[in-house]
Design a protein around this ligand. Structure first.
Ligand SMILES: NC(=O)c1ccc[n+]([C@@H]2O[C@H](COP(=O)([O-])OP(=O)(O)OC[C@H]3O[C@@H](n4cnc5c(N)ncnc54)[C@H](O)[C@@H]3O)[C@@H](O)[C@H]2O)c1
Length: 327
């Protein structure tokens, strides 16, 4: 039984593919490499270069490899870019993704796992954020993810497509082989490491007067290996005939921007210059997940919740791959 991992040459997809292969699964990676890297596609997986909206290619791939389940990581996922170019976001994250689901339905695939995001919640009324918290995304990126979740629910009602939507908080860290190499990079931990190695002058701390112990924003970082574990559990749930559902995936431990910088200084032993700048509009003080539902229903438990381990693994990968992936 093969699994199609759409977007498997990206950051999170590559780590999930690695774990699927370690479990002895046959994996086909489909990626258009718009944001990913050919060398992040695991050599033990079959690689198909193409777009998840290409229904002919998908139908052929699904038939050729006997695909039974699909994990869908493909997306454009830069909040600022989504505000400037919403059409690309709706085309990629909705239209192309709908085509992927249609190809699955045509081929009789009934198991679908979707990379959703904490951005579906927008600015929460309280923390920790549970799955019952109001979904009120504040940007086109978050809206495309929420609309696609609704689409999956409609597909369950109409066609019996079973899906699990995993709402990730801030993915971070690396496995030994696969890590984070985005261009442009917008995530805090790789940016802090860039500042450590002198690839950028300093790291900006946006806002210093939030209602948090050190005045900087608090976010929930989750080790990418823990995210991968949750995907395998979600897949098992669907394979056993489990119902569609959606889950937060976070540590439940928030860390402030200053704590991240300080921890990176300790781990790298390097000076990391920081500068305080004003708050960014729409940046809430705290975004921390409650992942109790994933723990209780999926039996998921993060193995690497400590910030030190998350940053250490990101740093180890960075030292092995100072310029990221070769391509
Ligand atoms: N990184 C995070 O912290 C985070 C947090 C919440 C949600 N997510 C979601 O998780 C998923 C993976 O995130 P990531 O950080 O690994 O992103 P990524 O950009 O590294 O990986 C996405 C991959 O999908 C591919 N892709 C994009 N559109 C495609 C298309 N139309 N057809 C084929 N391939 C396509 C890209 O080339 C890339 O390899 C995304 O859906 C993202 O929105 C990520």
């Amino acid at each position: 039984m093969s699994i199609l991992v759409a977007g498997g040459a990206g950051y999170i997809g590559s780590v999930v593919v690695e774990q699927l292969i370690e479990e002895g699964r046959d994996v086909v990676v489909l990626d258009n490499l718009s944001r990913g890297h050919r060398s992040a596609a695991n050599p033990k997986a079959t690689f198909v270069h193409g777009d998840c909206g290409d229904m002919d290619l998908l139908s052929q791939t699904i038939a050729l490899h006997g695909i039974k389940s699909v994990m869908h990581f493909c997306a454009l996922s830069l909040v600022g870019e989504s505000v400037e170019a919403p059409a690309s976001y709706y085309r990629n994250n909705i239209s192309q993704s709908v085509a992927l689901v249609e190809a699955c339905l045509n081929a009789g695939i009934r198991n679908f796992i979707f990379s959703s995001t904490a951005a579906v919640y927008g600015e929460p009324e309280s923390v920790p954020i549970t799955e019952d918290s109001k979904t009120q995304p504040t940007n086109p990126y978050g809206r495309t993810k929420l609309f696609f979740e609704y689409f999956l629910r409609d597909c369950d009602a109409a066609y019996g497509l079973k899906s699990v939507c995993l709402r990730y908080f801030n993915a971070a860290g690396a496995s030994k082989e696969y890590g984070e190499d985005h261009s442009p990079e917008t995530h805090l931990i790789p940016l802090v490491l860039d500042a450590a190695v002198g690839k950028r002058e300093s790291i900006s701390i946006f806002g210093h007067d939030y209602d948090t112990p050190d005045g900087s924003c608090i976010r929930d970082y989750i080790h990418v290996l823990d995210l991968a574990d949750a995907h395998l559990l979600a897949l098992q749930r669907l394979e056993k005939g489990g119902a569609s559902d959606y889950f937060n995936l976070g540590n439940g431990n928030g860390y402030s921007v200053r704590e991240v910088i300080e921890c990176a200084r300790k781990i790298t032993g390097l000076e990391i210059k920081s500068e305080e700048t004003g708050r960014r509009p729409g940046d809430p003080a705290r975004l921390v997940a409650s992942a109790d539902k994933a723990r209780n229903v999926l039996g998921w438990k993060p193995r690497f919740p400590e910030l030190e381990k998350i940053i250490q693994d990101a740093w180890d990968w960075r030292q092995k791959n100072p310029d990221g992936y070769a391509d």
